[in-house]
Design a protein around this ligand. Structure first.
Ligand code: ADA
Length: 556
């Protein structure tokens, strides 16, 4: 399943989830592996870094244009159709697609060469405090598209004098060699419209609808009302394609030191969540996504940060349905300037931001775009790159604020750039210091250094505990100590008026890479700061967060 709602009624689409043939470079035998899935789930590849090839035979019943849509391949994919290369894509966490024109009816072969190796070719997937898995890790769909098809939709709602309006942009593509006369019809919340457009050969076009919507219920974290936006494309009078999006009427604004949703100030309280589950790896199943959502909401969270990369559309669909506000960020964690000076870095970040926003623009739950977690924001060269990435986001989406989580304490040079300032601080774990005093120091400095009159979020804080390790001494790594540290931090952050949100690091334990830096020193080669372990077994801190989040603003 690609999305939690049907995206087409006219377009023929089938999902290619299931068993694919597989071979791993350097291994003799052949395998059959599940897609979506990580190859690390197979006992031969438990922590294999290399190149593997997936193949699948498909049968096309009606000749025409075939579109293959990949929601995520970790971390680099080269896609071949009947032996011809049709796509290359870097980054496990953003979707991509490819179209093969005029495919004859009959049997065909899809081949995907997958690479999860580290090296200069990969500036974002590097040895890190999370694991880079290998495989076709998110769903794949095969579609039959006409010569002119609907590429995507951008829905931008706004509230003016108590009345809802929206700009709907429908992007379409003409694959043919001839100009096409088309009509795009939209329907949303009972409001219908149609526009005609002639598209020259081999080009793309967009049609824009500006409309008012009366009687619609807004989307909010307390009442997440959703609507299906249906676009239908006709060519020469025949309905040939369609695309359905699910949207919400909501606005996000920064005014002074607060974040406003539909004109009301909101406080974000939630978790950092890696896409990583004990037996799934990063190919987290829908069942496990739902379990994560149920557990976070049981702890009265109303927000989640997709640390440190764009997430699976299905998880974001769940956030839309449940009213969980999302800080989604591009793919980067803890890159030093030397890492950011990898010649591939800026291009790979630019691609990631573009794909993230184009794919996720319509999720009402996404309320903030983040970039470059704990990267080199203390350097002039780093600042240039932060500036460029914020500018790229603003060129694509003016409807959401921006932020970035810094750990460049007292040295950050980029705090004036984003709309919201955010900091990661591990008082009581990495640094033994009075929490209130240290967070005052942090914010006083941030406010003097660019973050004045901006909302401030605590994007990370927490402590580690080994699940099941209980110790009355409440020593480090015991569940007791983790619960104490989280309590002491929340008792400061939840009640500091200068802070407009907190994200516990982290929701669940996650696997880390053994190669490289100090991550190998992490017990079990996991980041053990989850309030649940990788099997979602709650530690004592689970009830601590539940108690403190529930008591904050009546758990709203
Ligand atoms: C950093 C980083 C997280 C994680 C955390 C930790 O703040 O942003 O990804 O590595 O530290 O557990 O130390």
């Amino acid at each position: 399943m690609i999305r939690l709602f049907e995206t087409h009624r006219i377009r023929q689409q089938r999902e290619l989830d299931g068993m694919w043939e597989f071979r791993m470079d350097g291994f003799e035998r052949e395998y059959r592996l599940p897609v979506p899935g990580c190859w690390e789930q197979h006992p031969d590849f438990l922590q294999h870094r290399g190149k593997g090839t997936y193949t699948k035979k498909i049968f096309i019943t009606q000749a025409g244009n075939v579109r293959l849509a990949f929601q995520g391949v970790s971390h680099t994919a080269d896609v071949f159709f009947d032996g011809e290369k049709i796509a290359h894509h870097y980054n496990a966490f953003t979707p991509f697609s490819a179209i093969v024109g005029n495919v004859a009816a009959g049997e065909h072969e899809i081949k995907v060469e997958v690479d999860n190796t580290f090296g200069m070719h990969s500036a974002l997937h590097i040895p890190n405090d999370y694991y880079t898995y290998g495989g076709i890790t998110r769903p794949v769909a095969l579609e039959r598209v006409p010569d002119v098809y609907l590429k995507r939709i951008e829905f931008t709602p706004r509230l003016e004098k108590g009345r809802w309006y929206a700009r709907t942009e429908v992007f379409l593509c003409n694959l043919s060699a001839g100009e096409k006369a088309t009509a795009v019809r939209t329907e949303l919340a009972g409001v219908k419209a149609v526009q005609e457009v002639r598209i020259p050969p081999k080009t793309e076009a967009a049609v824009t609808f500006e409309q008012a919507f009366d009687g619609v219920a807004p989307w909010s974290h307390t009442k997440p009302h959703l609507y299906l936006l249906n676009a239908v494309l006709s060519v020469d009078g025949d309905e040939v394609d369609d695309l359905i999006e699910r949207v919400g009427f909501r606005t996000v604004e920064v005014r002074g030191t607060k974040i406003y949703l539909n004109g009301e100030p909101v406080y974000l309280k939630g978790f950092n969540r890696h896409e990583d589950y004990a037996v799934d790896g990063c190919a987290v199943s829908l069942q496990h996504m739902v379990q994560d959502m149920d557990l976070m909401q049981d702890m009265h969270a109303n927000a989640v940060r997709t640390c440190h990369y764009p997430n699976d559309d299905r998880f974001l669909d769940l956030c839309d349905e449940r009213g969980v506000m999302v800080w989604e960020e591009n793919h980067a964690r803890g890159l030093l300037l030397a890492d950011m000076q990898n010649p591939n870095f800026e291009g790979q970040c630019e691609d990631c931001i573009r794909e993230m926003i184009e794919q996720h623009y319509n999720h009402p739950s996404i309320v903030i775009w983040g970039i470059l977690n704990e990267c080199a924001s203390e350097t002039d060269e780093g600042r240039r790159m932060y500036q460029k990435q914020y500018a790229q986001i603003k060129s694509m989406d003016l409807s959401r604020p921006t932020t970035s989580a810094t750990c460049r304490h007292f040295t950050d040079k980029c705090l004036d750039l984003p709309d919201v300032a955010s900091f990661n601080l591990y008082s009581g774990w990495y640094i033994d210091c009075p929490i209130k005093e240290r967070s005052d120091q942090e914010m006083d400095w941030m406010i003097k250094s660019g973050a004045q009159n901006k909302p401030i979020l605590v994007s990370e804080f927490g402590a580690a505990a080994i699940y099941g390790y209980r110790d009355r001494s409440r020593c480090k790594w015991s569940e007791e100590r983790q619960a104490d540290v989280i309590r002491e931090n929340l008792e400061v952050y939840l009640f500091d008026d200068r802070i407009t949100g907190v994200f516990v690091w982290q929701f669940a334990d996650c696997r880390v890479t053994e190669e490289g830096e100090w991550f190998a020193t992490r017990a079990r080669c996991h980041n053990n700061k989850g309030v649940v372990d990788e099997y979602r077994r709650p530690k004592m801190a689970y009830d601590t967060v539940k108690e403190l989040f529930a008591n904050h603003r009546n758990g709203e």
